[in-house]
Design a protein around this ligand. Structure first.
Ligand code: AMP
Ligand code: GLY
Length: 427
């Protein structure tokens, strides 16, 4: 079948790589893609929110399967846009309807959902400008630290962990009165701080059934030892040693199964990936957030680890056979290490030539997945903060990380930085 992947990051490069291996895939298109995705399909310069352009492409190329990478088009209703038009309604679009995508697009929606279905999550309250004064009182009585979240999508910047009440009050005012994140912060969720280790679990659902397809630990801070500013993710490991069978049974019984049951009972139209952002609090998992897509860079370890054919797996969401799929994993450990532009997550330069990708990619067990890259006069150059990530497997997690770092040492661009301690806590 002909496939369209929407997005242009490392996640989409990994999806293209994995789907190209399937005997079921014919032509693969990526919109807009990057130089990495171009190895596995045809890049088409249509942006992820240009629904009309994407629909015209899908019709012209007889696309039967669409995988939507990032959250924004999902929250903006791309599933419904294709589903409501008879010309494209038969296309299997992987991603929830706009209504169901509120599980990611609105913190208040997801909190209400979890409360209705008794899914463990941090205690919370929500405020708008209407009950602003109550919010001030709530903050003054709240134990520290205090977590404040803009309700809507705020490009990963809408969460503040305030260490003092003054900081919480200031952020509260900035979000609600000063409209710091525009419409996204017209509602604010204030949450209990959860102490623990953050992990990501991924499932695929057809809205009734689900399969768990992997889990990972993401290293979000820019600095070694988990210090400094938050980033989109500096590296990942999978499997995570403490996410053993008893822990995963708890995750499934208390979080995944009730979430899918809730989706079904509420009639939410959801055919796609569910990303459970969890906190492991002393062995008990709590939901920090839902995302309605795969993670990045989590995808760069979970798909290499997944041995099941991805195209058949995705097709199973459309023909009622998801329950029958046999999920199989590679026995090795996987790690990915992200190389970023100098200055990231602050300001950084772009259009810097990158060398050594082919050299690194030729090494055994190594995949180089490109994220913020582009072509400039036939050279691959930097185009973003997170530039590329190198994934490796190994018989131990440590070996996987060492392999990835060795491969990465072949790659160079001016200002390149990567964390040398991914997986540090797992000797
Ligand atoms: P979110 O956008 O909800 O994932 O929040 C961004 C980050 O803030 C998360 O990845 C966590 O590291 C942190 N965070 C969010 N909510 C909480 C919480 N209730 N307790 C502790 N940390 C949190
Ligand atoms: N790595 C976290 C995310 O994709 O949101």
């Amino acid at each position: 079948m002909n496939i369209l992947i929407i997005g242009s990051g490392g996640r989409e490069h990994t999806l293209a790589w994995k789907m190209a291996q399937s005997h079921q895939s014919s032509d693969i298109y990526i919109a807009p893609g990057n130089p990495g995705t171009a190895e596995f399909g045809i890049n088409v310069p249509i942006s992820v929110n240009n629904f009309k352009g994407l629909k015209a492409l899908a019709i012209e190329k007889n696309i039967e399967l669409i995988v939507v990478g990032p959250e924004e088009p999902l929250v903006n209703g791309i599933y419904d846009f294709f589903n409501e038009d008879p010309a494209t309604a038969s296309i299997n679009v992987i991603g929830p309807s706009a209504n169901a995508a509120q599980l990611e697009g609105s913190k208040a929606f997801s909190k209400h959902f979890m409360q209705r279905h008794q899914i463990p999550t941090a205690a919370y309250a929500e405020f708008t400008i209407e009950n602003y004064e109550e919010g001030l009182i709530y903050i003054k009585a709240h134990p520290l630290p205090i977590v404040l979240k803009a309700d809507g999508l705020a490009a990963g910047k809408g969460v503040i962990i305030a260490m003092t009440r003054q900081e919480a009050l200031t952020s509260f005012k900035e979000m609600l009165q000063d409209k710091q994140f525009g419409e996204a912060s017209s509602k604010v969720v204030i949450e209990q701080f959860l102490e623990g280790i953050e992990v990501s679990v991924f499932a695929l659902t057809d809205g009734h059934h689900y399969q768990i397809i992997g889990h990972a630990k993401d290293y979000k801070r820019i600095g070694e030892g988990d210090t400094g500013l938050n980033t989109g993710g500096m590296g990942c490991v999978s499997p995570v040693p403490f996410m053993d069978a008893p822990f995963m049974q708890k995750v499934e019984a208390t979080i995944i199964a009730p979430t899918i049951k809730g989706i079904k009972e509420e009639g939410l139209v959801y055919k796609g990936f569910v990303f459970f952002g969890l906190m492991n609090c002393g062995g008990n998992p709590y939901v920090i957030e839902y995302n309605c897509r795969l993670g990045d860079p989590e995808t760069e370890v979970i798909l290499p680890r997944l041995q099941t054919d991805l195209v058949s797996l995705l097709a199973a969401t459309d023909n009622g056979t998801l329950e029958d799929v046999n999920i199989q994993y590679n026995d090795n450990a996987f790690a990915t290490v992200m190389a970023v532009s100098g200055g990231y997550p602050g300001s950084y330069q772009k259009n810097i030539p990158i060398t050594g990708i082919e050299l690194a990619a030729a090494l055994p067990e190594i995949h180089v997945f490109q994220a913020g890259t582009g072509f400039q006069e036939n050279l691959i150059v930097t185009k973003g903060g997170r530039v590329l990530t190198v994934t490796s497997s190994g018989n131990t997690l440590k070996n996987a990380v060492i392999n990835a770092q060795k491969a990465l040492s072949n790659i160079q661009f001016e200002g390149m930085y990567f964390r040398k301690d991914i997986g540090y806590e797992f000797p």
